[in-house]
Design a protein around this ligand. Structure first.
Ligand code: SF4
Ligand code: SF4
Length: 425
């Protein structure tokens, strides 16, 4: 069952036959987007921010991630893959990172680029942006699409605090498109650029980019899906000394803590936060101006940053350790970022100011909304206040909201039902 609403694309789908109605997903959803009704989970497309928490928690495989089929690359003359830095942490240490990167060419790509290529440039861009926007504190990172959407849905007053620049893989997409058009005489439509990503939020961001001015990528593949195909190729490849450029020094982008350390300098104080519960707590504190002493806060919805995305295959701590080892052993490379700098100065990486997402209001009509709020408060007094989710709504307040919106009945509260049954016995 697709999570549908014409306005929003989502990279997850429900398999109703697998759903047992256990409500685990209801409890972890940060935007209260999920309800279990008649024993099956349903997702409100207007509230979902594609964080993947529900995909990770459901042990019955009833919420599955969506990824594009690999054969869509063949629609294009020139096929380019851009690797998220998390990819480097997925392979055991007997497989050199350059081999794992080169194997992608065997899948039919003409070029394989890495997010890591733009890391140093991104750090200087972020510092420049922070210094040019002294009036806004703290600036919030915009690389994690789930965090950007979370702010649109739950913390709209913080939208001006977002770093209004494209994320690294989109900046690289812009740069490569211009480069291949100029160098290879290709048109925009000849070139297919695809991301290989660690999380559902990045798949969604490719299909529905927030604030993008121009055509970006043409599809996204999950690291998990690509990993299986790469392992098959690796068995056939005899490639002990692969000749391919890699940028291990820039793999820091996959690790949330390291990005903040790199941005932090004499005049910039940076904080790093990862994991959805921490992100929610910190955003509430930012709203209360409790963290105005920070210039920049890096927010990643997954544990340890992108290595924690639910489309990876490796444990996030193991992947993080492997990436740190690759960075430690990397030889220092000087990357020419002059073209990237010119594009930045020309405003090519700017994004459209982001708008809040309107989520459920009790009623469009203010009089009706007041009536419903009164009824909601009356229902709330009757409910047990246990927030147990056994009714299929995440909290007693959410159930009261659902009842006044005719999406649930007070009989859905199993605690009240049992109480009434006892009284009748
Ligand atoms: S976690 Fe959610 S989707 Fe999975 S079985 Fe339980 S209720 Fe259904
Ligand atoms: S992806 Fe995240 S926001 Fe969307 S329904 Fe699942 S837990 Fe909720």
């Amino acid at each position: 069952m697709a999570v549908t609403d014409k306005r929003y694309y989502h990279a997850i789908q429900i398999v109703p036959d697998n759903c047992t109605g256990c409500t685990s997903c209801v409890k972890v959803c940060p935007t209260e987007a999920i309800r279990v009704r008649n024993g099956k989970a349903h997702i409100d497309a207007t509230r979902c921010v594609d964080c993947g928490e529900c995909v990770a928690i459901c042990r019955f495989h009833a919420i599955l991630p969506k990824s594009d089929p690999l054969d869509i690359i063949h629609k294009f003359k020139y096929k380019v893959a851009i690797l998220s830095s998390a990819y480097a942490g997925q392979f055991t240490e007997d497989i050199p990172y350059p081999t794992a990167k080169k194997a992608l060419l065997e899948l039919g790509f003409d070029e394989v680029a890495e997010e890591a290529f733009v890391t140093d440039f991104m750090i200087s861009l972020i510092r420049d942006y922070i210094r040019q926007h002294r009036e806004i504190r703290p600036i919030l990172s915009s690389n994690c699409p789930a965090v950007v959407r979370l702010i649109q849905v739950k913390y709209p007053s913080l939208l001006p605090n977002l770093l209004h620049q494209e994320a690294p893989m989109s900046i690289l997409t812009r740069f490569l498109r211009e480069k291949y058009m100029a160098e290879k005489g290709l048109s925009d439509t000849d070139i297919g650029i695809f991301l290989i990503v660690p999380c559902v939020a990045h798949v969604t961001a490719v299909h529905q980019p927030e604030g993008a001015y121009k055509h970006l990528q043409d599809g996204a593949f999950s690291i998990g899906m690509i990993y299986g195909k790469i392992r098959e190729r690796l068995r056939k490849m005899n490639d002990e000394n692969p000749v391919i450029d890699t940028y291990e020094q820039g793999l820091t982008w996959a690790l949330a803590g390291v990005e903040a350390e790199m941005v932090d300098t004499n005049d910039i104080r940076a904080l790093s936060v990862n994991g959805m519960p921490n992100v929610l707590e910190i955003l509430s504190k930012v709203e209360d101006h409790y963290l105005d002493q920070y210039d920049y806060i890096v927010l990643r919805s997954c544990t340890n940053g992108c290595v924690g995305g639910c489309l990876n295959v490796e444990n996030p701590f193991v992947a993080m350790s492997r990436i740190k080892k690759l960075i430690k052993n990397a030889s220092k490379q000087d990357i020419d970022v002059s073209e990237l700098k010119s594009l930045y100065k020309e405003g090519e990486f700017d994004v459209v100011p982001l708008e809040p997402r309107s989520i459920m209001q009790l009623d469009q009509d203010i009089k009706q909304a007041i009536q419903k709020m009164k009824k909601l408060n009356e229902i709330l007094v009757l409910l047990p206040g246990l927030n147990c989710s056994a009714c299929g709504s995440p909290t007693c307040y959410a159930l009261a909201e659902d009842i006044v919106s005719d999406k649930a009945s007070i009989d859905d509260c199993v605690v009240l039902l049992k109480r009434h049954q006892k009284e009748e016995d």
